[in-house]
Design a protein around this ligand. Structure first.
Ligand SMILES: [Zn+2]
Length: 299
């Protein structure tokens, strides 16, 4: 079987919770397509991985992108940004580098609203996704990429950028989805990171939470055709729960959803029981590919 062309959307703070609108905002009608995906097309993945406490982002995201159990390495679930222990783990084990070494093209589709790389270097803390992208590519998409629709901003519509002096158009989540598809079509593996779900579940009003779910729903809907295309694989995965339980502002102990539609998707859903199963299983889909064999035996 040849390797899939993968589009992966990482969604921060989205767990599998009860199908009860009183508790779970996903079932309040703002995100019908997301609700259907979670109910009928997702498998439950364990983000706790045998480590005490509530799962957190720095360790969860490191685990997703490396396949190493970062929570076990740290001895706890760690929130926020990766530190001196996790940064080398990301640099040495990230999916991008491992795919690139086998000849596959990879990219991180998020736009950083920066004029130049110097601005990024001046930031004291880098997220897991920034560490991985900078290690693998040495650059990230910037303001210019965003204005030419060759990048997607983390909030999809760019509305949050108004405060930062952005004067370009505000776009619809469906348009953002279209831009992401354009990027995914040009690479073997594309990752996009969305974290408004976790942010609003921590700090937003009900109205904010419902708006974010509605935007995410429209965005995902625009991506669904990718999962039906020949040779393509559409993945949704989260690092821990949060938004699915309105009774608390904290992360939850719920399993997270893995949606995998298209080529290799069933295998991924069969094999990935915990977050640290993900990267290795995804790599297997690429390593079992005849692409390398074709390259080794040229005509
Ligand atoms: Zn959080």
């Amino acid at each position: 079987m040849s390797a899939p062309q993968t589009l992966m959307v990482f969604i921060d703070g989205l767990g599998l919770g009860p199908v009860d609108p009183a508790i779970n905002p996903i079932y309040r009608g703002y995100s019908p397509r997301l609700a259907d995906l979670l109910e009928n097309h997702a498998v439950a993945v364990d983000p706790v991985m045998g480590v005490k406490g509530l799962p957190q982002s720095a360790t969860g995201q490191t685990t997703i992108i490396t396949g190493r159990n970062a929570s076990e390495i740290m001895g706890r679930h760690m929130e926020g940004f990766p530190g001196p222990t996790l940064v080398p783990v990301i640099e040495e084990n990230n999916l991008y580098d491992r795919l690139q070494k086998s000849g596959f093209t990879c990219t991180f589709a998020n736009a950083y609203y920066l004029k130049d790389m110097e601005e990024l270097y001046r930031r004291r803390h880098w997220s897991v996704s920034t560490v991985a992208a900078m290690k693998a590519f040495g650059w990230v998409r910037n303001a210019e990429s965003l204005l030419s629709d060759c990048a997607v901003h983390q909030d999809l519509t760019r509305a949050v950028l108004r405060e930062r002096g952005y004067t370009g158009p505000i776009i619809t989540p469906a348009e953002a989805g279209g831009h992401l598809l354009g990027i995914a079509e040009q690479h073997d593996f594309t990752l996009f990171e969305y974290f408004q779900t976790d942010l609003m579940a921590h700090k937003g009003s009900d109205k904010d939470i419902h708006r974010v779910l509605s935007e995410l729903d429209e965005f995902i809907n625009a991506l669904l055709p990718f999962g039906r295309r020949d040779g393509c694989l559409l993945i949704l995965l989260s690092d821990h729960g949060n938004i699915e339980d309105s009774r608390s502002r904290q992360h939850t102990m719920n399993p997270v959803p893995l949606v995998a539609m298209g080529k290799g998707g069933e295998r991924l859903k069969d094999k990935v029981l915990r977050l640290d199963d993900f990267a290795g299983t995804l790599l297997e889909l690429y390593h079992t590919s005849p692409v390398r064999q074709i390259r080794m035996t040229p005509k």
